[in-house]
Design a protein around this ligand. Structure first.
Ligand code: MD3
Ligand code: FE
Length: 212
């Protein structure tokens, strides 16, 4: 199958439990985008630190009961934004409903996320191969929403040495990562400098999680 030749909304199983819902977020974009832009204006995405003390190339912000924070002490979920000691803003209904309906399409009818991590990729930003393991319950899926500039998503396997498959994620794509795929290594290749009509020179990725 030619993964680069998709033009209509489809559901593709990428691996056991991983479902790519192309264009799934497009219908809610007129409501979603103003909510997200408003959130980011008050809670700008910031560069978190790796445990090794280097700044990540991606900038992040959060919504929901638990926000993901990276610092010298390590990675994890925090109830308060370290920038202002305030709770993170609630996840907007449009985003909760998008995540819930996407998860239902992938066989998770009761998904209620309590964390929305917002990753902002400027041109050249990337994310190295990693596993997501800061959450408590790995039977809960992660729902990701791609916005703005396209990116090549690198989808590996259960071992770091498994050769990643390249997946071209574009504006409006949603992927549900459940089942075995929940523990698979993954990353994002450097984002190419372009302009997107909605987001300008950036890619934004939302990941909806049940953190605790
Ligand atoms: C596969 N973010 O925030 S989203 C992350 O595009 C992260 O910003 C990437 O990896 C991004 O941790 C990728 C897709 C994704 C998210 C979580 C996963 C894929 C996943 C968890 C397990 C397997
Ligand atoms: Fe991840």
């Amino acid at each position: 199958m030619d993964l680069f030749a998709q033009d209509t909304p489809t559901k593709v199983m990428l691996a056991p439990g991983a479902y790519w819902l192309s264009g799934f977020a497009l219908p809610c974009m007129p409501v979603l985008w103003p909510c997200l832009a408003d959130h980011l204006s008050g809670h700008p995405a910031r560069q978190m630190m790796t445990p090794m003390g280097y700044p990540m190339s991606v900038r992040t912000s959060s919504m929901g009961s638990w926000g993901w924070v990276g610092c010298a002490a390590g990675y994890g979920y925090h109830a308060f934004d370290p920038a202002n000691q305030q709770p993170w803003p609630a996840i907007p209904t449009v985003i909760l409903q998008l995540a819930n309906t996407a998860a239902r399409e992938a066989g998770h009818p009761d998904f209620v996320p309590n964390s929305c991590l917002i990753n902002v990729y400027a041109p050249g930003s990337k994310m190295g191969l990693h596993q997501d393991k800061d959450e408590l319950d790995f039977t809960q899926p992660i729902v990701s929403v791609s916005l703005g500039l396209p990116a090549t998503f690198l989808f590996g396997g259960p071992r770091r040495t498994d050769k990643p498959v390249k997946i071209p994620l574009v504006h409006g794509d949603v992927v549900v990562w459940g089942g075995a795929s929940r523990r698979f290594y993954h990353g994002v290749a450097p984002v190419k400098p372009r302009q997107h009509p909605l987001t300008g020179p950036q890619r934004i990725n939302l990941t909806l999680r049940k953190a605790r």
